[in-house]
Design a protein around this ligand. Structure first.
Ligand code: GRF
Length: 302
């Protein structure tokens, strides 16, 4: 009896305002709210009062930021990193399955991401991502690091490729090689990565299993700029997912990947719109806000 009472009372989710049970915190409703709110882009002028950014501050931040689309050599803005129809030119680096590459390709086809994948580069000829690129008739190049005496030479050939294709943003999508300082400096604040954990927790590899083993109740994924550390660059977007008691590494990975496929194209779109403002290590999104998105509480009743 005692046990069942505890079970009953502890797991009910109550509406904090109404203090009544069964209040509408049903998964269907809350999922719908999140879906509705996630992609809203508001008029920065209309929302400026709510945003916490004062116009003056914001302008200053943008002016200060090195992220404005400037040619690193000439300082000239808009140096041709966009196609004629003003789509951002991206190069995607892959090593494996390529589901994030696919999500990017799909959002572009749907017209939700105003970018063009100029080139895909893989360090692994057998990566399924290579097939995905071919299927979408995207130029694909395999750069086998073993064919070069040193990592720097392999990177140099990738830098040359990306420049040949006039890439304005380098997108690491499951790319398993670490970058040298030289590569990073070739594309200052123009390389982004997606990581399957909530950084700065669990940097490195095998992090889905590591987060589970640690016993976290939430994990997720992070899109961030690349800097010289391992998964330490300024964070652009994070998405949170709960870790359920009956999760395996596969089920948790699946839940994380679903979010990755939402936030990675979104981050690229924000970059394409020139909205990302980097100040120290914080990334501000000019004129873009999430609204009405509640954090998950775990354990919860889905
Ligand atoms: C993703 O989980 C990403 O977070 C990590 O590598 C994985 C790549 O998956 N960096 P895919 O190749 O895009 O399917």
């Amino acid at each position: 009896m005692k046990k069942s009472k505890i079970k009953d009372s502890r797991l009910k989710i109550r509406d904090p305002k109404a203090e009544s049970q069964d209040s509408g915190f049903k998964s269907g409703d809350s999922k719908l709210k999140i879906k509705d709110s996630r992609l809203k882009i508001r008029d920065p002028k209309a929302e400026i009062q709510d945003s916490g950014f004062k116009t003056g501050d914001l302008k200053l931040k943008i002016k200060d930021s090195s992220l404005k689309m400037r040619d690193p050599n000439t300082g000239i803005q808009d140096p041709g990193f966009k196609t004629g129809d003003s789509k951002l030119k991206i190069g995607v680096l892959v090593s494996g399955n390529g589901s994030n590459l696919q999500a990017i390709i799909d959002r572009i086809k749907e017209g939700k991401l105003h970018a063009n994948v100029q080139v895909v580069v893989s360090d692994n000829a057998n990566a399924y991502a290579v097939e995905r690129a071919k299927h979408s008739t995207i130029p694909v190049h395999v750069v086998d690091y073993k064919a070069f005496p040193r990592r720097e030479e392999a990177e140099q050939s990738i830098i040359a490729l990306l420049n040949d294709y006039h890439v304005g943003l380098v997108v690491l999508a499951g790319y398993m090689k670490l970058m040298t300082k030289k590569f990073i400096n070739a594309f200052p604040l123009r390389i982004i990565n997606i990581h399957p954990a909530l950084l700065p927790s669990f940097p490195g590899i095998n992090v889905i299993q590591k987060a589970m083993n640690y016993g976290v109740k939430f994990t997720g994924c992070t899109v961030h700029f690349i800097d010289e550390g391992t998964d330490t660059g300024p964070i652009i977007i994070q998405a949170v997912v709960p870790v359920m008691d009956n999760d395996t590494e596969e089920t948790l990975a699946q839940r994380i990947h679903e979010k990755e496929h939402v936030i990675y194209p979104l981050a690229i779109q924000l970059f394409a719109e020139n909205r990302l403002v980097v100040k120290d290590r914080r990334v501000f999104v000019d004129g873009y806000m999430y609204s009405g998105q509640s954090p998950f509480i775990n354990p919860y009743n889905p």
